[in-house]
Design a protein around this ligand. Structure first.
Ligand code: GLC
Length: 425
């Protein structure tokens, strides 16, 4: 790509970010997602920093202003009323001063804050803002291990598919059979008013998403109870890897800022969890797999959630095997990295997290593979991501076989990731 083509794409990405900027937080896209989402915001901050560092810090601070007293950072903050999204605050009823959802999302904040800090041109501003976020992110990490790893295994579970950020992945299908649908209050989905139903989760999945929300609401959103009471407890390798990477990054950041207590605690978390991840490795698939905590069995589903651990400092041999897996996937799908292995009969190139490509996931995998010394595979992922943008614009996700843009258009974190990809070229 020529320098002027890259400049033009960055200018268009900045337009998308500005369009979705509500002053002190961004929304993922107009229509489909009119509130602030947790991991969207953290990754978006990296794009915002390209043209306004102070604004980038504010993005993450706004999210953490709505952290729960127990340490959890919710997956959605409903800053303003909007009836374009379901389930809204009237369903969650979490009782927070500003309405939020009652579940969390991948803990990418520690990584994002460290990256903002490392790259900051304004060092003084960065040190001030990072110092204030440090204890809050640490509290969130502690919350994870206290509430989602009751037996101290070093691996945390998600209790709702939405927590993974990969809403309708094939990974959840089996465990979802255990989630009942009796008693789900009547509702009207809004997502399918904004996007093609064939590209979205199914009605049967939505019923179960809502059953879980109602179940947790019935327990007063008390995090001391929810994990054990959930019929859905999945240890997702991608989710854990993000937390591990964030803990290691937070430890480095805390060291740089002179907070040895936070540094030590997060280093210990990262080390224990990296070792525990071995339990999730599948030699047959050349990647990690989810563990169903209630059956104690690995879930035979080769999703991108098991490739994503490249983002954390996994053992060299694991990173090399994952790099080879990505190369194999490149032989099966025109665009990488597909959210599921195309050889699996359940693969669906267009349906959300069951086959399409997502640029945020690509960014994290490429970043990890580059650090692990697999520069060629990392470059291949970056090239594929940029091809998608040039061909299909800033979509929410893309058909991994054809490159067709899918879901919401003019998507904030996609735009932020493009800026990141081009930055590294
Ligand atoms: C969908 C995605 C999730 C994302 C959210 C907002 O729910 O699955 O990962 O955070 O949309 O973009």
């Amino acid at each position: 790509m020529t320098a002027s083509a890259a400049k033009d794409i960055i200018a268009r990405a900045v337009e998308v970010l500005k369009e979705n900027d509500h002053g002190d937080y961004t929304i993922p896209t107009k229509g489909l997602y009119p509130f602030q989402w947790n991991w969207d915001s953290c990754l978006t901050a990296l794009g915002l920093a390209h043209y306004d560092e102070a604004r980038a810090w504010t993005e993450i601070e706004t999210l953490f202003a709505h952290q729960w007293p127990d340490g959890m950072v919710p997956h959605i903050v409903f800053h303003v009323w909007n009836d374009g999204y379901f389930p809204g605050p009237e369903v969650w009823r979490t009782g927070r001063p500003t309405a939020t959802s009652g579940i969390t999302q991948p803990a990418v904040a520690g990584f994002a804050v460290r990256r903002l800090f490392d790259r900051a041109r304004d060092r003084k501003l960065a040190a001030e803002r990072a110092c204030k976020l440090l204890p809050k992110i640490d509290a969130w990490h502690r919350w994870f291990y206290e509430n989602r790893d009751p037996n101290g295994e070093g691996l945390v579970a998600i209790i709702h598919p939405w927590e993974s950020g990969r809403d309708n992945s094939i990974d959840w299908d089996q465990a979802f059979d255990r989630v009942p649908t009796e008693g789900v209050e009547p509702y009207i989905r809004r997502d399918i008013l904004h996007a093609d139903p064939a590209h979205r989760p199914t009605q049967a999945q939505y019923d179960r998403y809502l059953w879980l929300v109602q179940h947790f609401r019935g327990l007063g959103w008390d995090n001391a109870l929810l994990h054990d009471a959930s019929p859905f407890q999945i240890v997702d390798p991608g989710f854990n890897a993000i937390l591990i990477r964030a803990a290691a990054d937070l430890a480095d950041l805390a060291e740089a800022l002179g907070d040895t207590g936070i540094a030590k605690a997060n280093r210990a978390r990262a080390e224990k969890s990296i070792a525990a991840m071995e339990r999730l490795w599948s030699e047959a698939h050349g990647q990690y797999l989810c563990l169903d905590r209630l059956t104690g069995k690995l879930v035979d589903s080769a999703s991108v959630g098991g490739v994503l651990p490249a983002f954390a400092a996994i053992p060299q041999a694991r990173a090399a095997a994952i790099a080879a897996t990505v190369e194999r996937l490149a032989g099966k799908a025109r665009h990488i990295v597909p959210s599921h292995d195309p050889d699996d009969p359940r693969f669906d190139a267009k349906r959300y997290w069951r086959g399409p490509v997502w640029l945020v996931v690509n960014y994290m995998i490429a970043d990890g593979l580059l650090t692990a010394g697999h520069a060629e595979v990392a470059r291949r992922i970056t090239r594929s991501s940029l091809d998608l943008i040039t061909e299909s614009g800033f979509a929410e996700y893309y058909d991994s076989l054809t490159g067709e843009p899918l879901g919401g258009g003019r998507f904030t974190w996609t735009a932020a990731m493009v800026i990141e990809f081009l930055r590294g070229m």
